[in-house]
Design a protein around this ligand. Structure first.
Ligand code: ADE
Length: 246
């Protein structure tokens, strides 16, 4: 899977993209991630990328001509290699909420171009003409789309086969779906325990030491439901319409 990230701050990504599992996945070519500096397409001697909003008001708006140039530069240079059309995502607090389901949907795309918004936002005409989806990582305001782009990139990369050692780890983690009373719902993960068996006088639940895998599965499902009911009852009310075989 290929990601191209358009940003005014490419250095922001250098640490996270070179460490941990994401760094390994790039090294192993499971995912390809390219950074592009929007400013290279800035206008004039000062490489201007933004301007004051028409109608007045605070802040600066990213220029549509600059973003178009930057986007076209990426697609042009990638064209020879990529048979597919890219899916263009703008990170924006007013976008659709990003969650595990959205990550799964975007993971089917093969080629994503992520555009990090900044300042007062992005000219509306660029959004209308070039952006396929606007995505928000939560109801709060970051200084720019960079942190959000990183969250989206890592979450989707984890779903690419080969990223994790075992694909089962994706199947049995929080937000994976189960059928409950004819309804598909996302559950939080069940509690996990490891050695020592006795830690500060707290013992590992007996069933986990029993070796009875059917009993263990039943216990884990019960605990996942209990935890979800307590912490995120909204997940149990939400019916998931898009289903995937487990
Ligand atoms: N840019 C600023 N805040 C954001 C958010 N919450 N999600 C996505 N992009 C953003």
């Amino acid at each position: 899977m290929r990601f191209d990230i358009l940003t005014l701050f490419p250095d922001f990504f250098k640490g996270p993209l070179s460490s941990s599992l994401l760094g390994k996945a790039i090294e192993k070519k499971i995912v390809e991630i390219y950074l592009h500096d929007i400013r290279e397409c800035g206008v004039g001697k000062h490489k201007q990328v933004d301007d004051r909003p028409f109608g007045g008001g605070p802040g600066m708006v990213l220029k549509p001509d600059v973003l178009k140039q930057s986007l076209e530069k990426v697609t042009r240079s990638a064209k020879k290699k990529e048979a597919k059309k890219p899916h263009v995502v703008l990170l924006d607090p007013a976008g659709q909420p990003f969650n595990q389901q959205k990550a799964k949907d975007l993971a089917k795309k093969q080629w994503l171009i992520l555009i990090c918004g900044h300042y007062e936002g992005v000219d509306e005409r660029f959004k209308e003409l070039f952006v396929d989806s606007e995505v928000s990582i939560g109801d709060y305001i970051l200084s720019g789309g960079e942190t959000a782009a990183l969250v989206v990139t890592e979450t989707i990369s984890r779903l690419v086969p080969g990223f994790l050692g075992k694909q089962e780890s994706v199947i049995s983690e929080s937000f994976s779906k189960v059928k409950l009373g004819g309804k598909e719902v996302a559950l939080l993960d069940y509690p996990a325990f490891t050695r020592p068996e006795n830690f500060l006088n707290r013992r590992v639940p007996k069933v986990l030491l029993s070796g009875n895998h059917q009993q263990i599965e039943k216990w884990r499902l019960e605990k996942a439901i209990e935890k979800t009911r307590k912490r995120r009852p909204d997940l149990l009310r939400e019916q998931i319409t898009v289903s995937r075989k487990r």
